[in-house]
Design a protein around this ligand. Structure first.
Ligand code: SF4
Length: 444
């Protein structure tokens, strides 16, 4: 395996000190030393020199205890995910702000007759347009790597979506299902959030936009959506892309609003971090259209949500939408644990309730940091400075990393209590949590 020069050098020093460890023992101990030296801001070599024992069992136990001080004695050793540690600087995310202007635009044959294609031709005159037989074939023929993910904004795919217009939210098994349904308006995002699940999900170098939005707005599928524990059906579009980030290109929101404003009893949610609300405002507010923002503390936003508008700007956009007559919603997702998390998340809750007309806020969801385990090395390579992995994330049976139950309950109790202290009618719910966590948070 090719390691970066930096990682190879550290590994050589490590192997000199522990020459008798085989592949697996080396992997675990090398990773733990790297993680601890990063968290404690101590150079790798300095920390290595402090290690006196050469006995694997003792060393692993000592290091795990230091790396996971709050959870070490409470969990099985299998909970600690210790994949190979390798950092390749060429995989780092480019976090510089750039205007979205794809160099290459690939389009499926049918799309060329569409209104959206004509608009894209005008907007991106200098782009290279190429017809493809299908996105599926393109994916089969092009090898995709993490480095390609970093170049995704150079390419736009305009496709005809045939199957995935509308589906139930694919939340994990065994979590409480809130009944949400998803309308899939594309895949890919031009922002770069360190925790974004698209990094481990997307398998093509580009942003995918379907042209055939009219095919989505079909009554029988939408009317059959579930209610879950809400009194109304909820449908949203921010799962595989930000709901509004491309709305100035697609104008999808105009068609969606025109359709859903006649569907009382169904709430359609645009979930975004953008301030791209021009189309919404020009349509005029409707109570069952929900303009929703993902929010986080100023520290987490500045250090992890690259290229996104500030929290102040998001709340200003929310206020404009509320004043125009839209409902609003907020998603604290992912909540990330760090020393001043209580104070900092309370500040954002205060800002929301001070700034946005309270009667517009339909719901607020809270979900703590979680990710498929394969995402951990991706984040380490793309965002080596981020501290979000410093927390005690444990591996569950579903191969996802998350904080232990006690910490998640503590976070949820604290935030739900603080939101409820605002005495609004807002519904507060948890995202991707099981029945036991819900009961403990809401019944005690
Ligand atoms: S805004 Fe959402 S979709 Fe875009 S990078 Fe951030 S987490 Fe991913």
């Amino acid at each position: 395996m090719n390691r970066s020069p930096g990682t190879s050098k550290l590994l050589q020093v490590f192997q000199k000190q522990f020459p008798y460890f085989g592949t697996n023992k080396s992997r675990e101990i090398f990773r733990l030393i790297n993680e601890i030296s990063k968290i404690e801001k101590m150079p790798f070599n300095t920390f290595l020199n402090l290690l006196t024992t050469h006995d694997y069992e003792t060393l692993k136990s000592t290091l795990l205890q230091r790396r996971y001080p709050k959870t070490f004695h409470k969990n099985s050793l299998n909970s600690y995910y210790l994949p190979k540690y390798e950092f390749d600087p060429s995989k780092m995310a480019d976090i510089s702000q750039k205007k979205f202007y794809p160099k290459n635009i690939y389009y499926e044959h049918d799309t060329a007759k569409s209104e959206l294609f004509s608009k894209i031709k005008v907007l991106f005159k200098k782009s290279d347009f190429k017809e493809i037989s299908s996105l599926k074939t393109f994916i089969k023929e092009h090898h995709f790597t993490l480095k390609d993910y970093n170049n995704r904004c150079n390419t736009l795919f305009l496709v005809k979506e045939k199957y995935d217009f509308f589906k139930k939210c694919p939340c994990s098994q065994s979590v409480v299902n809130c009944g949400y349904s998803i309308m899939n308006l594309g895949i890919g995002c031009i922002y770069d959030c360190s925790y974004c699940f698209l990094q481990s999900y997307q398998n093509v170098e580009g942003i995918i936009i379907p042209y055939n939005i009219d095919d989505y707005l079909v009554d029988n599928k939408i009317v059959a959506a579930e209610k879950g524990f809400f009194n109304y059906k909820r449908i949203g579009s921010g799962e595989f892309t930000d709901s509004l980030i491309f709305d100035n290109i697609t104008n999808f929101s105009q068609k969606i609003i025109a359709y859903f404003k006649l569907k009382k009893g169904i709430y359609f949610e645009f979930k975004t971090k953008s301030t791209n609300i021009h189309n919404l405002l020009s349509c005029g507010g409707v109570e069952n259209i929900v303009a929703a923002w993902s929010v986080n503390t100023k520290k987490i936003t500045a250090e992890n949500e690259f290229k996104t508008p500030s929290i102040q700007d998001r709340l200003l956009a929310a206020k404009k939408c509320a004043l125009a007559g839209f409902s609003t919603a907020f998603h604290f997702d992912p909540v990330i644990y760090y020393q001043d998390w209580r104070r900092d998340y309370q500040d954002i809750i205060d800002m929301i309730f001070d700034f946005v007309p309270n009667n517009s806020i339909k719901w607020i969801s809270i979900g703590t940091l979680r990710m498929p385990s394969i995402q951990k090395p991706i984040i380490e390579n793309r965002f080596p400075q981020t501290e979000i992995l410093n927390g005690e994330l444990l591996l569950g049976k579903d191969f996802k990393l998350r904080y232990d139950d006690n910490l998640r309950i503590e976070i949820y109790k604290h935030l739900t209590k603080y939101i409820k202290s605002k005495k609004s009618k807002t519904i507060v719910y948890l995202c991707m949590e099981d029945n036991n966590i819900w009961k403990t948070v809401f019944n005690s």
